[in-house]
Write a protein that binds this ligand. Sequence first.
Ligand SMILES: Cc1ncc(C[n+]2csc(CCOP(=O)(O)OP(=O)(O)O)c2C)c(N)n1
Length: 561
Amino acid sequence: MSDMNGAEALVRMLQLHGVKHIFGLCGDTSLPFYDALARLDHGMQHILTRDERSAAYMADGYARVSGRVGVCEGPSGGGATYLLPGIVEANESSIPVLGITTDIATTSRGRYALTELDQEALYRPLTKRTEVIDRSDKLPEAVRRAFRAMTTGRPGAAHLGLPFDVQKGPVPEASVWAEADLGRYPARREAPEAESVRRAANALAAARLPVFVCGGGVVIANAEKELAALAAALGAPVATTVSGQGSLAEDHPLCLGVVGSNGGTLPTREALAQADLVVFVGCRAGSVTTERWRFPAPGTPVIHIDADPMVIGANYRTDVALTGDAKLALQALLDEFGQQKVSPSRNGSEIVKKAKDRKFSEFRALAAKNDVPVLPERIVATLHELLPRDATVVCDPGTPCPYFSAYYEFLEPGRHFISNRAHGALGYSMAAGVGAHFGRPATKTVSVMGDGSFGFTAGELETIVRLKVPLMMVVISNAVYGWIKAGQKSGFGERYYSVDFSRTDHARVAEAFGVKSWRVEKPEDLRPALKAAAEHGGPALVDVITQPLQDARAPVSEWVA
Ligand SMILES: Cc1ncc(C[n+]2csc(CCOP(=O)(O)OP(=O)(O)O)c2C)c(N)n1
């Protein structure tokens, strides 16, 4: 049997795992890999980015909407360090992203070769698996290990390093094989133990008001239908975390919406507080969701379903632990109830209705105001009116995340909201929106960013124009790192320090890149501009001069989460 070289084998291994898109940026050590991509017929599109950070965020956005592994790549040294933010965000958000970095030749190690660094040490704490492949004949099995690590159990990121000489070394053709199923997630789902399912079902049947709190795990496991059926059978309200949006359609009578310090409101907090049993599903019960572990109150009985056994019991004393895939666990609970009709006599939907009426009446009053600068509430309400119901909205931290989490109602279950909630690094939404577009090109994708985030990511406007990505971008322009200024206002006696910056004309910047752009200063101009941008077939950006976050009635209960 004939050999191929390492770079060719990598291309084939990606292809065999069903990869269709690779986001990345070229470099010296990547030349053999790029040459293999150029020469072979593989059906994959390489999306050349202007920053490896963006490449990783694109792979993340792509993976979130497509259910497939997102792949990004960059060269040794600076490429490897710039890829990191997106890899760690994906890993902590349980999203399978493969970061491929090329590396100096194994024979140059320890000799002060340009760009040398210990890539495995760099990636070890940030991934489920990292491996710098030292021998070309070991490459196929290393790729298989990376895919297994990414898509089984709790999904997450992996890293593969490819030294220059390994890319050129021989790989026996017979060793190049893959299980295509491992290119999707979650793969090889595991079901919880029957005894735990029985105990959970008994607790649910006996509870006065069970309330679900769903994290990202429900959408990741594609368990929306099972959740809706179980919630309806129990008459139990469903709250979500920021990442859990889409677990249940938001116009469902049992959907309470987002709870927690970022996007939660007093009415939703009070509804959650009525629970005498909380069911966390695919949720880490972290600081933001629980408002620093205060809501639900410690001592509330808890059932916890999670694919990662380490999550369960980390923050709340747990009465029943269901370790396993959310879809299988919820289905097992439904089966356990079987035909014995659990009477949905609970008043879950009444509690939800009361909470939402209160929350949205305050919101609607603000959204209707004609204040200058434009209020964030008006931007959310207008976008909700204009965008198709299956649009994907990608939000950066700052004003966008809490406002869209609290007030934008996603009417379709599934992944229609994306935000980088693990680390919340600024400058995520533009690139993740590009990735989401490639992952689901038939739906409209909208990225909403603060001007702080715009500054991190503006270079990618070139990529968007070059590839004619029909991404709609909205910039919340307030000339301040508003979230931090709000923290100085609420917790540090309004001693404002080093948080204000000057106003950029984002529309003109975008226009210079070739993006069709609008600038909005007055509330009456908002709707026409957003409508025109939403209907524009190509890249579009609307720059909205907006009320600064520290002056707004933001749905945020803690500025230091
Ligand atoms: C990379 C990075 N650095 C710093 C922070 C801390 N941080 C959180 S929110 C925020 C301000 C965001 O400003 P902007 O994007 O302008 O949005 P605004 O809050 O004004 O709406 C900062 C600096 C961060 N999240 N990410």
